[in-house]
Ligand binder design. Sequence first.
Ligand SMILES: [Zn+2]
Length: 466
Amino acid sequence: MTKQSGRILAAVLAGLFLTGCSLFKGAEPNDPDPVDPNAGTGIEEPAGSVDPVTPPEGDPADAVDPSGTAAETPTEGQPDASANDPGAITTPELPTPVVPDPGTSSPGEDAGTGDGLHVTDIRLDKYIVAVEVGKSDMPLVTMLPSTALDVGEIWTSDDTAVASVSTWGKITGISPGECRVTVRSTDNPDVKAVVEVMVVESTDVIHVKQISLDKYETTIHVGLMDMPWVTMYPTNAKDKGEIWTSDDTAVATVDQYGRITGVGPGTCTVTVRSKDNQDVTAKITVHVKIGEDAKEPTYIDGTLIVNRTYGLPRTYNPGVSAEAKTALDELIAGASEDGLEFWVESGFRSYDQQLSLYNTYVGREGKDAADRYSARPGHSEHQSGLAFDLNSFDDNFDQTPEGKWLAAHAWEYGFTLRYPKDKEDITGFMYEPWHVRYIGKTLAQKLHDSGQVLEEYFDITSVYAD
Ligand SMILES: [Zn+2]
């Protein structure tokens, strides 16, 4: 789905048929999640977005997001009535122009002279534009390599009766028709990029001419999801509705928003088609593998290890550890003596709760983004019952009195701050100043004294098998 349609769909869902999925993809990171994605992260969303995550029921350790999780109704945009009618088929009216592939329109950065001083490639943010007569548009230009000394541009139009272009790339519609606008490097005029320009009357409907995806191949596990980002060109096309299909639903299914779910091992092709112009498609090859859950939890010297390398079985479902909870109560009492207040935002999460949470994040932002801050099911430390997220899912928590106290004193109660800043490559997770893991006082003191995380102390990795 597209970012813009994401917002619109979120509005539709909020008002009409909340399905709790990736419609939130367009959300920007800015307000605390009710449940830390493993988790976690400081990723937040705007107040107007819909948050589909529901804190797990019956889990006293999981607090409800204090900012409120009720779905609000965004005001931007009105749903296109046809957006939910996959049966509607429109006949393409304009001939499809010769369209350059944005991904391969020019040689790579290493092509050409390759000395880093000369331009070898020109990239644009769009290769197809539609402008009304008298209106303008201007593609953004990136000259590569970034170290090139002369990044001057030469712009030309092959039909100035249709569209003119200024010396800095501002394309203006003159009369209805199609033409090509080319930008060349002053440094190396052989290096160029071409923009297909459609000039239309203000009353004309602008149709979709091309679809591009952020990726054309993905690998997912059975039961997990991915969601490609879609861009339809020209970006001001009127109807950017998407029709998604899978050519083998025994391998992967796809919903109307482009959320692909692995069903069974194999490879299939998922296609997105423009509702407006069904000749326009993009395809993604989907490889589905059977995820291999851990058979047994992994203990090293008596310490349970949960990270990207060491997972927990789906059946491992201990709830909050009584020992960890007792230690946490002591920590909270100790902080209270210093005038500080701690509370639990998120504690134990089952495998299935993590599965749901992970897929929710994938459905918002795609798998690549979700993997950066949300643990895959079986790989969240919260499933151990030994981890707690305290007070706030905000990176700036470490600047608060509570955050500073936690960093200084957690070890005294048998906890370690599991995901420090600067150790993301080692732990496999983004910085989480709010996430503590109970490991007992002896080991906690060792980690505190050495400045190590569990992975360093035990000399182990934290990397997904694929
Ligand atoms: Zn956490």
